[in-house]
Design a protein. Sequence first.
Length: 433
Amino acid sequence: MSARRKALEALVEITDHGAYANLKLKETLSGVSEQEARWVSAAVYTAIEHLAYIDHVLSGFVHQKPKPIIRGILRLGVCQLLYMNVPDSAVCDESVKLAREVGKGALSGYVNGVLRNICRNKGSLPALPENLTQRLSIESGYPEWIVEEYIGQYGEEFARNLLFAQNLGLTLRAQPPFTPKELGDALCARGVSFSRGTIINEAFKLEKGFDIASDALFLEGKVAVQSESAMLAAKACKVGPGMRVLDACAAPGGKSAYLAALMEDRGHLEAWEVHEHRKELLDKTLGRLHVRCANTRVQDACELREELVGSMDAVLVDAPCSGLGVSGKPDIRYARSPGDIQSLAALQKKILDCCANYVALGGALVYATCTVSKRENQDVVSDFLKRHAEFQLDPFTELLPDGMRYRAKDGMLHLFPHMDHTDGFFIARMVKR
């Protein structure tokens, strides 16, 4: 099977059948060469990243909506023409071959005609609409409802910068007893350039990726892949050795492992996940990173465990959310709808209500999401505090660099990719009085 066919099948599964890009590509690329895997991944992610504009271009040259396979071939073709520096003739020829390879030879002339017409008219592609929301949606690749929400929440200029934030790449941290100094030395020995985190110094932001999953650093449990945002969410719990801590929505396990590191692997860490297959992933992560103080279990965070009421010094609720703050996952944009945000907010409130019961007097409840939607963030926390007078917001400004502290003075913090150069995140710290 050709590389282009692999890319086509993955793209169609993601865009037309709701497959997750990372999981589908992992399945598609099993056993292929590194060079082919890089090309397929680049083609699929680039096409998804620019899907709205690619479809806008196609709308000027295709008058009837093609079937998914042909539409996928055309999308890949336009992606290569506009974003991947592939020669026009090669794009057209390879797209014709691809149509034949997937049993659509009768439509190969149609594919060829559409793509050659686009090649001839590169200087006069369809104009963008004048409407601000529609134009930003096409340019950024975010659905119109998200664009409208961001403009409404943050204003046009801020929303524009947020929508066009760059993919942030890979961030690593050392897992004790491996130290940040040892990680820095190991990366230098491998010729991997990096910068240190601006929010959390222990973070190593790689300037260029490498195959970390097959490297000894990863395989031996010396490093974890984790954004500064996620690290800060764990740090906001302010845990230490000997404490009793709950990570209520723990998979895939990165925050649990960091909590354990902050606890010096001494104390008791409950790490829960609602699905068995996700709990297996959690166990795998904690096992690789040599965490010993954690007890993992399949547990719905909405269902109360009476024996644990009032027993935890800190509870982290990294709640299920829309995930719209995470860079490098453009497929999430198309998998969400306005109704999803409403449903997720209802679930988040239910989880918070339940998990609040586990917090001991004087203990902390930390709520976090990897999204920048106020409906999933401030609105959820405000609703919770109205119904739980025993909890108060608790600033965690001492964890932040000087220039950021004012943003968390009320106990809540929004992180934005274009401002903070890390994943979009929300963190609120509340203490039980």
